[in-house]
Design a protein around this ligand. Structure first.
Ligand code: NA7
Length: 538
C-alpha cells in the first residue's frame, strides 16, 4: 500500500503471487471483481522470487510449466527444457507486463494475521507493512513451499561463515569460487547447490540423511526453431494436463506392471528413463504407487542405471543402496544433471548422516558424531514445512476463536481442499487435501483455480454474504483422502507429502492422492449438487 497507515477495502484479497495467485488475479479481475493481490516478496513469481540459490531450477519441463493463455505462450520463448530461476523470473516479469498485473499487486507486504467480523462478514487482514486490508473474501495462494524448514540444530548461530537456507538465499548471491562449501540435505535444492558448487568451490561436502532416488533430468537447450515447433504442440499438451493424474502431459500406464512380461517392462522402463524428467515416475505403471512388487521392479531398474554411474562401491552403497530406503517414488525424486559425477572428483565428499549423525554447527563448520568439517559457506537445503506451513504461519483466527494453526495441529480438515470450517469466505488454492504436491503447479493454478473462480461467481450471482465449509463435509473429505492414501505406498516414507519431514507435524497424507481428474470430478459433482458441503448465508 502506498500509505501503510490506511485501511483499504476490496471485494477479494489474494495472498501470494506465485502461479496460483497470479492466475486468480487476472481471472477474477476479468470476471469484474474488485481484487488486490498481496505478496511478501519484492517481486512476483512465488517460489521463483525466493529461490535464487546457485543452480535453482524447475523440475517440470517448460512446455507445461507456464500459463496456457495463448496471448502469453505465443510470444514467449524458452531457452531450456528445465529453466533456471533467472529465466522463471523473466517469465513472471513478462506475464506481469502482458497482463498488467502490478497495478493490482502490493509487494513487500506479508499478511501476518486476519480476523473475521461477523456483523459485516468481512475479513480484516493485518500486514507487516503496517496497513490493514478489509475484504469480503480472501483467497490464500501461499503455495506448497513458502515456509522453509530449518532444523533445530545446536549452534547454528555460532557459525562464523555464511549460513543460509536455500529458500532464503541472499538475493545478491554468494560466490562459491575457491570456498569450502557444506550442503545439508539432498533433495532437489541440495543437489542443485552441490552440482554448482562442485564446479568452482575448493571443496564441497554433502551431508545426506536419506538417499534421494534421483532421475536424470534430460536437460536440453532450445533454439528459436525449437520454440516454433514447440508452439505447434502446446494446445494439445495443455489440454492433456486436465486428463492426467499429475496435471502433466504424460500419464500413468493403465495396465499393471505385473501384467506385462519382464522384457516388456524393461523396455518400458528404458523408454521412460531415456525420456528424462519425471517420465520414469509419472509415466510408469499405475500400480507402482500401490503394489510393492511392481514398485520393487522400478527400484531395481533405477538401482542398475544409477550404479552404472558410480565407480566406488562404498559410495555406490551410500547413494544407491541395494535395499530401497523406501518404496520408489513415494518421496519426490529430484532431477539430477551431474550430481553423481561430482564425487568422481577430489573436491567433493559425501557424508552419510546415517553413519555419522549430525551433532552440531560450530564456529568453523559442521560436527558429526565422528568428525568435524570446516566451511566458509553452509547451505541448509532442508526443505519446507510444506503445503500447510504457508497457511498456518498466518495468524488466521476462526469464528470460534481458534486459529488455523491450532485447528490443523491435530490434522488438516478441509472440504475439497478449498475451504475449512470456522473460516468463512476464505478459499484456498494449491493447499492441503487438493492435488497440489502431486500436481504440476501451473496446472493446479488453472484447473483448481477455476473451481475457486466458479464458486466466487456463484456466490456473487446468488448475492450470498458468506460461504463456509460444513464440518461433516470436511470430515468426509478428510476420510476420503486418508482412505485413498491408505491404499498406496506413500505412508511408507517420512516425506513432505505425508507432513513427516517436520518434527511434531502430524503424519498424514497432505495431498488428495486420487489424481487431478478425480479431484475435478469431485468438485463438479459438488457444484452440480448445489455446492453440497458448503453452507451459504445471505
Ligand atoms: P526436500 O525435497 O524436502 O529435501 C530436504 C532434504 O533435507 C532431504 O534430503 C532431507 O533428508 C534433508 N533434511 C531435512 N532435515 C534434515 C536434518 N535435520 N538433518 C539432515 N538432513 C535433513 O526439499 P528441497 O528444497 O530439496 O525440495 C523441495 C521440493 O522443491 C522438491 O520436492 C521439488 O518439488 C522442488 P530426508 O530425506 O528427510 O532424510
Amino acid at each position: 500500500m502506498s500509505d501503510a497507515s490506511k485501511e483499504k477495502e476490496f471485494e477479494i484479497v489474494i495472498v501470494g503471487a506465485g502461479f496460483s495467485g497470479v492466475y486468480q488475479l487476472y481471472r477474477l479481475r476479468e470476471e469484474g471483481f474488485n481484487v488486490r493481490l498481496v505478496e511478501a516478496g519484492a517481486g512476483i513469481g512465488g517460489i521463483w522470487h525466493w529461490n535464487c540459490y546457485p543452480g535453482a531450477r524447475v523440475d517440470t519441463h517448460c512446455q507445461i510449466y507456464q500459463f496456457s493463455k495463448k496471448e502469453l505462450w505465443n510470444n514467449w520463448s524458452w531457452s531450456e527444457r528445465f529453466p533456471g530461476w533467472e529465466e522463471m523470473r523473466r517469465y513472471f516479469d513478462y506475464v506481469d507486463e502482458k497482463l498488467d498485473l502490478s497495478k493490482d499487486v502490493d509487494l513487500n507486504t506479508r499478511v501476518t494475521g486476519a480476523e473475521f467480523n461477523e456483523s459485516t462478514n468481512e475479513w480484516s487482514l493485518k500486514t507487516d507493512a503496517g496497513g490493514v486490508y478489509r475484504s469480503k473474501f480472501v483467497v490464500l495462494c501461499t503455495g506448497f513451499a513458502s515456509k522453509p524448514y530449518m532444523p533445530d540444530v545446536q549452534g547454528i548461530d555460532t557459525f562464523k561463515g555464511e549460513l543460509h537456507h536455500t529458500a532464503a538465499w541472499p538475493q545478491t548471491g554468494i560466490d562459491f569460487t575457491g570456498k569450502r562449501v557444506g550442503v545439508i540435505g539432498t533433495g532437489a535444492s541440495g543437489i542443485q547447490v552441490a552440482q554448482e558448487a562442485s564446479k568452482v568451490a575448493s571443496h564441497v561436502t554433502v551431508f545426506q540423511r536419506t538417499p534421494n532416488l534421483y532421475l536424470p533430468m534430460g536437460q536440453a537447450s532450445y533454439s528459436e526453431a525449437d520454440n516454433v515447433a514447440m508452439k505447434e504442440e502446446l494446445p494439445a499438451r495443455f489440454k492433456k494436463r486436465g486428463e492426467t493424474f499429475g496435471g502433466f502431459d504424460m500419464d500413468l500406464i493403465a495396465v499393471s506392471g505385473l501384467d506385462v512380461s519382464d522384457e516388456e517392462r524393461e523396455e518400458t522402463y528404458e523408454r521412460l528413463w531415456e525420456a528424462g524428467g519425471f517420465n520414469f515416475w509419472l509415466g510408469s505403471y499405475h500400480d507402482i504407487f500401490s503394489n510393492e512388487t511392481v514398485n520393487r521392479t522400478a527400484y531395481d531398474f533405477w538401482l542398475k542405471k544409477t550404479r552404472a554411474r558410480i565407480t566406488d562401491p562404498v559410495l555406490a552403497e551410500k547413494l544407491a543402496p541395494t535395499e530401497p530406503p523406501h518404496p520408489y517414488g513415494v518421496k519426490r525424486p529430484s532431477l539430477e544433471q551431474w550430481y553423481f559425477d561430482i564425487f568422481n572428483h577430489d573436491n567433493a565428499t559425501l557424508v552419510s548422516l546415517k553413519e555419522e549423525p549430525l551433532k552440531k554447527i560450530t564456529e568453523a563448520g559442521v560436527e558429526t558424531q565422528e568428525a568435524s568439517y570446516d566451511f566458509d559457506i553452509i547451505a541448509f537445503a532442508t526443505g519446507f514445512d510444506a503445503v500447510t506451513g504457508g497457511l498456518t504461519s498466518i495468524n488466521l483466527t476462526g469464528t470460534n476463536g481458534v486459529s488455523l494453526k491450532e485447528k490443523w495441529a491435530i490434522g488438516v480438515r478441509t472440504h475439497l481442499g478449498l475451504a475449512t470450517a470456522s473460516f468463512p469466505n476464505v478459499l484456498i488454492g494449491y493447499g492441503p487435501q487438493a492435488p497440489t504436491g502431486f500436481c504440476n503447479g501451473p496446472s493446479s493454478a488453472e484447473y483448481q483455480g477455476e473451481c475457486i473462480i466458479e464458486m466466487l461467481c456463484h456466490i456473487r450471482e446468488k448475492d450470498y454474504a458468506r460461504v463456509e465449509a460444513d464440518k461433516d463435509a470436511e470430515e468426509s473429505w478428510r476420510n476420503q483422502v486418508l482412505e485413498l492414501a491408505a491404499g498406496t505406498l506413500f505412508p511408507k516414507a517420512d516425506s513432505w507429502y505425508m507432513g513427516a519431514n517436520v518434527p511434531g507435524k502430524p503424519k498424514e497424507m497432505l495431498m488428495y492422492p486420487g489424481g487431478l481428474p478425480a479431484y475435478l470430478e469431485a468438485f463438479r459433482n459438488c457444484a452440480n449438487d448445489g455446492y453440497q458441503g458448503f453452507n451459504f448465508t445471505k
